[in-house]
Design a protein around this ligand. Structure first.
Ligand code: GLP
Length: 235
């Protein structure tokens, strides 16, 4: 595991964007695994700028996202579909991009459909991850067991509270989401984990403590090619 300490969010964003750009330049038909949340926003801004300036082309690359809230349509401003369009997709030119459909008629069928997309298009060349305050990756929440495949996740109270900052009130935060599972994440050839302000302690536990489904990010210790970019110096 490679840990890159950076002084601030700006450097974290630039470094992350550089690593994603390098992936696309070296392998133009890459499948990128993308994430939402505050952590990747700055990196997406760089990627958009580099595409607009003509320095980076995504026309042969595809993307799959980690997760989507249940019950929010693609045009809902808090949906991850909307987030990705606003922060990246509208500005760049991916050949194709997939996210789970949180409004599908049958959510179990949608989980199977999304899993099949990852299996057919995968493996993911580079998976970008953030980390939740409770150690979640995607919406793989702390639990008794790791769930390998795309599944319907019940969001923990802590995650609902943490994500309430994006909604008008905590009651509006969906209680469920569809998330890629731990096996799909671990099958990625490379993983890039971003941990900014306030994530130092959970990052330390995830990277230096036991591998346990109670801290889902701890499973990354088992992956052969993880790069962590962090503003924290605790590990
Ligand atoms: C959400 C997302 C995760 C993300 C996490 C951390 O719950 N489902 O994929 O990694 O938040 O977000 P942030 O980057 O805002 O700290």
């Amino acid at each position: 595991m490679k840990i890159i300490h950076v002084p601030d969010y700006e450097t974290l964003s630039r470094k992350t964007a550089q690593l994603i750009a390098a992936q696309v330049l070296c392998k133009p038909d890459s499948l990128l695994g993308l994430a939402t949340g505050s952590s990747p926003v700055g990196a997406y801004r760089y990627l958009a700028q580099w595409h607009i300036s003509g320095d980076l082309d995504f026309s042969r690359a595809c993307s799959v996202n980690l997760d989507e809230y249940c019950g929010l349509g693609a045009d809902h401003v808090q949906s991850y579909h909307f987030f990705m369009r606003q922060n990246l997709f509208d500005a760049v030119n991916f050949r194709a991009s997939w996210l789970p459909d949180g409004c599908a008629e049958s959510l179990p069928d949608e989980c199977r459909r999304y899993e099949a997309i990852i299996a057919e298009r995968g493996p993911i060349d580079l998976q970008l991850l953030g980390i939740g305050h409770n150690g979640h990756i995607g919406f793989n929440e702390p639990a008794e067991q790791f769930v390998p495949q795309t599944h319907l996740a019940q969001l923990s109270q802590g995650t609902i509270q943490a994500n309430a900052r994006f909604f008008d009130s905590v009651d509006q935060v969906p209680k469920q989401a569809i998330t890629m599972g731990i096996a799909s994440i671990l099958q990625a050839k490379k993983i890039l984990l971003l941990a900014g302000v306030g994530k130092g302690e959970i990052l330390r536990q995830a990277l230096t403590g036991p591998v346990t489904p109670w801290i889902p990010a701890s499973v990354l210790q088992l992956h052969p090619d993880v790069t962590v970019i962090t503003t924290s110096s605790v590990c």
